[in-house]
Design a protein around this ligand. Structure first.
Ligand code: 13P
Ligand code: SF4
Length: 304
């Protein structure tokens, strides 16, 4: 903390000067998560809070699609991302042409796109979802067939939860969660049978089947707080355990975990520079933003 303290002080001072708030995803490192964030949460919580915050400037500590979502919901605010290179393998896996292909293959089926997509893909979709509301959104669609993009594993996990629907999917995946394997989890359990295994639904379905609980990042944090297992294995990004370990000294967090190289591009130093230089503002073409807002707002309204 001694190394981080000058940055934390400078960032918090600049936040007040600029009337800025920092929205940080649960995968941010503890210096950002505990030191400078005003709001922390999963993708849904950050989208909902983006509309509620009273500020002129939002600094999005997360990846680019999250900053775009904040801008779509707040066209009048300045939304900054500390590193424009903070992408996402899911968002990069599909374009509006991919959505058109899926619509041609399954005529009349609604397109439910994960928020981990570009604004242009959201604009081409009927509704968005996050990992915390995907099953609820798919269940609410009137059609028997529902197209889910771009995460094949989230789609397959949702299909199990909503057996009345025929869920079809795009073949995208998250480079962090696709690397976990069911065999590794079984091995782990055979050596440490007293471990509670908790997996994010971006993991392949056989990995989720090995877990005791599966949920969004906020769902995982909530589960660990409620259940307080003696040993917990969080099958997700590494900062999740680091961010909650101090609040839960009775829980031993055990590995393995995987790092998201995109989330890790956001550092305390870059947050300070972002606020100092007001870079880099995220812009979304108004016509695309207007259509994307409909898909995001439908999701928010259905999740209440
Ligand atoms: P949630 O925080 O919505 O569970 O999403 C996880 C994720 O991968 C965000 O990039
Ligand atoms: Fe994208 Fe996966 Fe990183 Fe989330 S963890 S930003 S889904 S690559």
């Amino acid at each position: 903390w001694a190394r981080h303290a000058p940055y934390v002080l400078a960032i918090n001072r600049l936040k007040a000067e600029r009337n800025a708030v920092i929205l940080a995803h649960n995968y941010m490192t503890p210096d950002i998560f505990h030191g400078v964030a005003d709001v922390v949460g999963d993708s849904l919580q950050l989208a909902v809070k983006a509309v509620e915050v009273q500020a002129d400037v939002i600094v999005q500590c997360g990846v680019h699609f999250m900053a775009e979502t904040s801008k779509i919901l707040n066209p009048g605010k300045t939304v900054l991302i500390p590193d424009m290179g903070a992408g996402c393998s899911l968002a990069e896996s599909i374009t509006p042409d991919g959505i058109a292909q899926m619509r041609a293959q399954y005529p009349g089926a609604p397109v439910v796109s994960y928020v981990n997509t570009t604004a242009a893909v959201k604009a081409a979709s009927d509704i968005c979802c996050t990992s915390s509301n995907a099953a609820q959104i798919v269940a609410a669609m009137e059609s028997d067939t529902v197209i889910m993009t771009p995460d094949q594993y989230l789609a397959q996990n949702v299909a199990r939860q909503v057996p009345g629907k025929r869920v079809v999917w795009w073949e995208g995946s998250c480079i962090v969660h696709e690397r976990f394997s069911a065999a590794d989890l079984r091995d782990f359990r055979s050596f440490q049978p007293d471990t509670t295994i908790i997996a994010h639904p971006e993991c392949p379905p056989d990995v989720v089947a090995e877990a005791d609980f599966s949920g969004s990042t906020a769902g995982i944090i909530d589960f660990v707080h409620r259940m307080r297992p003696a040993k917990a294995l969080l099958v997700t990004e590494c900062s999740m355990a680091s961010n909650i370990a101090d609040e839960l000294p009775e829980v031993e967090f055990v590995g393995p975990c995987n790092m998201c190289p995109y989330m890790k591009m956001i550092t305390l130093e870059k947050v300070l520079w972002s606020l100092h230089s007001m870079t880099t503002p995220v812009e979304v073409e108004p016509e695309i933003a207007a259509r994307a807002r409909i898909a995001v707002q439908r999701m928010i309204d259905l999740s209440r």
